[in-house]
Design a protein around this ligand. Structure first.
Ligand code: SF4
Ligand code: SF4
Length: 423
């Protein structure tokens, strides 16, 4: 019934392999077609979400050799960078590490995640250097002028996550809400792509290991190992990929009420090598627990399921421009975490390419110009509507399809892990 990794790789080479997305599998299971699942060789899974544990490593020339000895401080579009690990400044080269959650000192609401997407979009970024002799220098650079630009996830692709509510009497500023959590259980936020998530299909890390080839923000990369705080109950992964090959729509900044956050996307091929994997792939949203946490204490208050927030929910938000009543101050422009809505003094405009389908505009828009059914979570007798999603399942599904097509047309080779990760 199940196959070895080598057997699957050979079937792919001979164009005999059956490759399906996790969503296609779940649709089959929902329709009662369990038997066909036994014939699948590879399942492509994906997630797109706010992932705080993100950093980039850049190396690029900034001045002529011997212009200065050491850099004391460096900023890219005002976002602070850590200089090093290799002290190459005497050669006129900067080696820098930039965190995805770092805040720009120049532009409010701009952080590392925004910077990474701007670079991948081909935009010039402004580099300021403060040398240790107190001189300052600056230049504009693009990604193509950076020989080395890699994005790393130190805590990525977690096996789904949690929902948050605020049971207190006061609003709370937190990374789990974009405009501040309203009090008294008035709304819930959550993260996690549910049944299509990579580690939902392989929670014991039987098929995914060190050296597994993945797509990170659309670029080929590799799993390095377990991510920080990974444990058997809540595994997550670390990995990296070259930013030169990334796709902007899969990444970016996400502005919360506690500062900038970073969006990343993973697509992971899961070779079906064991019965356990097969069983996990077949689990649907409603069978996957979604703990409901108090956002203040971070303690669980109850448990919902991913079925509550994804079954029957709209994956995309829709904008009806005719409904916009042209408020004196557009609340949606103010709270949209992606900057996807702009108000020109008369009507709001929506940039569908930037939209993350988080849904906060649905509850914040005075004219009901945004529509999306986002489900709810239940705590005892209380049904709490979802007001914000920190995962974009629409694009995760698209990324899983992209990976499937690349495997089938031979442009993406699945790789056997060089070593297992302890779950
Ligand atoms: S809040 Fe809604 S109705 Fe008011 S200007 Fe913004 S989009 Fe238009
Ligand atoms: S769903 Fe609404 S608030 Fe969220 S990114 Fe899209 S336009 Fe902005």
């Amino acid at each position: 019934m199940v196959r070895s990794f080598l057997e699957i790789a050979r079937r792919i080479e001979r164009k005999e392999a059956v490759v399906m997305t996790a969503q296609e599998i779940c649709d089959l299971v929902e329709g009662g077609e369990r038997a066909k699942l036994e014939d699948v060789d590879v399942v492509t899974t994906a997630t797109r979400a706010v992932m705080s544990g993100t950093y980039a490593l850049f190396s690029f020339p900034v001045a002529k050799p011997h212009s200065f000895v050491r850099a004391r401080n460096v900023w890219l579009n005002g976002v602070p960078a850590y200089v090093g690990p290799c002290p190459n400044e005497n050669l006129g080269i900067l080696d820098l590490m930039v965190f995805g959650i770092a805040r720009s000192r120049r532009y409010p609401g701009y952080g590392g995640g925004h910077l990474f997407r701007d670079l991948v979009e081909g935009k010039e970024v402004h580099v300021e250097v403060e040398a240790d002799d107190c001189r300052t220098l600056s230049r504009d650079v693009t990604l193509t002028e950076m020989p080395h630009a890699r994005l790393f996830g130190s805590r990525h692709a977690f096996k789904n996550y949690a929902a948050f509510v605020n049971p207190g009497a006061d609003p709370v500023s937190t990374i789990f809400h974009v405009s501040g959590f309203s009090p008294r259980l008035s709304g819930a936020t959550f993260s996690g792509c549910g049944q299509i998530n990579p580690l939902k299909s392989d929670p014991l890390l039987e098929a995914v290991g060190i050296g597994t080839r993945i797509l990170l923000n659309g670029a080929e990369g590799f799993v390095i190992g377990a991510g920080t705080r990974s444990c058997p109950e809540k595994p997550n992964l670390s990995g990296f990929a070259d930013m030169h090959h990334m796709t902007p729509e899969y990444m970016g900044g996400f502005l919360t009420s506690a500062g900038p956050e970073c969006i990343c996307s993973w697509a992971v091929p899961i070779p079906v090598i064991s019965k356990t994997i097969l069983d996990h792939i077949a689990r649907l949203d409603r069978e996957i627990p979604l703990p409901v946490m108090d956002v203040i204490t971070r303690q669980p208050m109850g448990e919902a399921s991913y079925g509550d927030v994804w079954d029957g929910a709209d994956l995309n938000v829709e904008f009806y421009p005719d409904r916009c009543i042209g408020c004196a101050g557009c609340r949606v422009e103010e709270v949209c975490p992606l900057g996807a809505v702009s108000f020109d003094g008369d009507k709001a405009r929506w940039d569908a390419r930037r939209c993350f389908h988080c849904g906060i505009c649905v509850s914040e828009c005075a004219g009901n110009a945004f529509r999306c059914n986002m489900g709810s979570v239940r705590l005892g007798s209380c049904s709490i509507p979802v007001v914000l999603r920190q995962s974009d399942r629409l694009r995760a599904i698209r990324l899983a399809k992209d990976l499937k097509n690349r495997i089938l047309d031979g442009t993406f080779r699945i790789s056997d892990p060089v070593e297992r990760i302890a779950p």
